[in-house]
Write a protein that binds this ligand. Structure first.
Ligand code: GLU
Ligand code: ZN
Length: 474
């Protein structure tokens, strides 16, 4: 059997992390089985679908490198096909026109509730449609079998059974001619020859309905795998309240696609206690049966852990290429300053995200004009002598290496009888404007002679302009 899976998002909002995880599982399964992966945009609900959401789907899939073999298909482009199937179903009497007024349906519902029954369409129009004129509005309902039951073997959850008498005759085309979700999915899965439907568990209840329609139109029934929800750490469904956002926000926040993918595959799937998986390894080891039945809890700390891991693991050139985007966003021009790849090497151990790394690159390329007041008060007001001495030593230093820089820093500390800790902070604030940076000799080394001297000069000016009296005002 040629395996074919699909990812079928509705473009009605952001593409969130739960959908992306399902997409990942579908994609991996197709890759592993050397099958095909289809992208299908379920835009049949034209009122709620937006162009922006469609773009976000495509952009997110591209960013994550989840490439599709077919599509993107759009349901709105398949209306003729849906109509053809509806006509065929009407003809074969596996679907019928229902002319019931809203009022009749409302009363029926009231009555059923009053009788303690589950509200359900009573099939009234199944044999009564000949009394109607052509211009009377109607919906088309699928004639659901009323006996027996549907059992399907969910690849994650095992056998699931639904009784047919619990299901009513589902509307498949509305009065306005639009088609309903369950119907479109069925026709699409049939036409696209989908063999494995991997989707969120919120679709379990739709599955028996879809299987009944598939059987009625003579289509093969695919395998189903329903993936659990992702919850926030309070055990509630992940939502905006938990800071849940569209997937592209993770890029903006400085995450690498590799980290997000690795995090997502582990969130709800395991292979022993292995945490790190390359894409090739995932493709080999992924298996639907090992997907967790229970809900997963989203944990940003773990995602950050993966991100830092990949920032350090992937080649510095690759990280630098991703970092450029963030630097440009922060208005930093890297033409004038150290090689970005050198910065990646010295900053990668210190940063959990590329955004953080970009912020730490700032002083290597831009001359800052202000110092943080508290930091200046703490470290700069006593730094005049240090800075004068260091300036002289830097000017006459012939060999520009981290070791030689370390030596002159030590020497200055000895001469001034101050601690290494103290001198390092004074220098750090002077040359970076902030109180944290890589080791100070490495920082000065990477900053280069000219820029280091210029920053020291600027710090001295700053001290001059702010008398120590003024410092105490801070
Ligand atoms: N469009 C549906 C959704 O976004 C998915 C349908 C399916 O996978 O069958 O929830
Ligand atoms: Zn009716």
């Amino acid at each position: 059997m040629k395996i074919k899976t699909r990812f079928a998002p509705s473009p009605t909002g952001y593409l969130h992390i739960g959908s992306v995880r399902t997409a990942l599982y579908s994609w991996l399964f197709a890759c592993k089985k050397k099958g095909k992966f289809v992208l299908r945009v379920e835009d049949s609900d034209s009122e709620r679908s937006t162009k922006l959401a469609i773009e976000a789907i495509i952009e997110s899939m591209n960013w994550l490198n989840l490439s599709w073999d077919e599509g993107p298909y759009f349901q709105t482009k398949r209306l003729n096909r849906y109509n053809m199937i509806i006509n065929d179903m009407l003809h074969k009497k596996i679907a019928y026109k229902c002319y019931c007024s809203k009022e009749r349906l409302r009363n029926l519902r009231k009555l059923q509730i009053a009788q303690g029954k589950k509200p359900k369409y009573d099939g009234f129009c199944k044999n009564n449609y000949e009394h109607h004129t052509n211009d009377e509005p109607y919906v088309v309902r699928f004639s659901n079998p009323q006996t027996g039951s549907i059992v399907f073997n969910d690849l994650i959850r095992g056998s699931i059974e639904f009784k047919n008498k619990e299901m009513d005759d589902l509307i498949i085309r509305r009065t306005d001619g639009s088609y309903t979700y369950n119907f479109c999915v069925v026709v699409d899965d049939f036409d696209m020859k989908i063999t494995h439907v991997i989707r969120g568990e919120d679709h379990i209840n739709n599955t028996p309905r879809q299987i009944n329609i598939l059987k009625a139109i003579g289509a093969p029934v695919p395998y189903y795998a329903h993936v659990s929800m992702i919850l926030g750490n309070d055990g509630k469904k992940l939502s905006k309240r938990h800071g849940a956002v569209g997937i592209m926000q993770y890029r903006d926040d400085g995450f690498l696609p590799e980290a997000l993918i690795n995090y997502l595959i582990r969130l709800g799937w395991s292979y022993g206690d292995q945490e790190i998986f390359s894409i090739e390894e995932m493709k080999k080891k992924f298996n639907i049966k090992a997907i967790n039945k229970s809900a997963s809890i989203f944990d940003i700390k773990k995602l950050l852990w993966f991100n830092q891991y990949y920032i350090n693991k992937l080649p510095a050139e690759y990280i630098a290429n991703n970092l450029i985007w963030h630097l440009n966003n922060q208005g930093i021009d890297t033409k004038n300053g150290p090689l970005l790849i050198d910065l990646v090497k010295i900053l990668s151990k210190r940063c959990k995200t590329l955004k953080e790394m970009a912020a730490n690159c700032c002083y290597f390329y831009n001359d800052f004009i202000e110092f943080d007041k508290n930091i200046a008060k703490k470290y700069l007001c006593s730094a005049t002598q240090t800075l004068h001495k260091m300036r002289q030593k830097l000017i006459s230093l012939n060999e520009w290496t981290p070791d030689s820089l370390n030596l002159i820093i030590k020497k200055t500390a000895d001469e001034l009888k101050i601690s290494m800790e103290n001198i390092c902070m004074q220098l750090r604030v002077a040359v970076t404007g902030i109180s944290s940076s890589p080791a100070i000799n490495i920082t000065i080394y990477t900053l280069g002679k000219l820029r280091s001297l210029a920053h020291i000069e600027q710090a001295l000016n700053f001290i001059n302009c702010h008398s120590s009296k003024e410092f105490t005002k801070y």
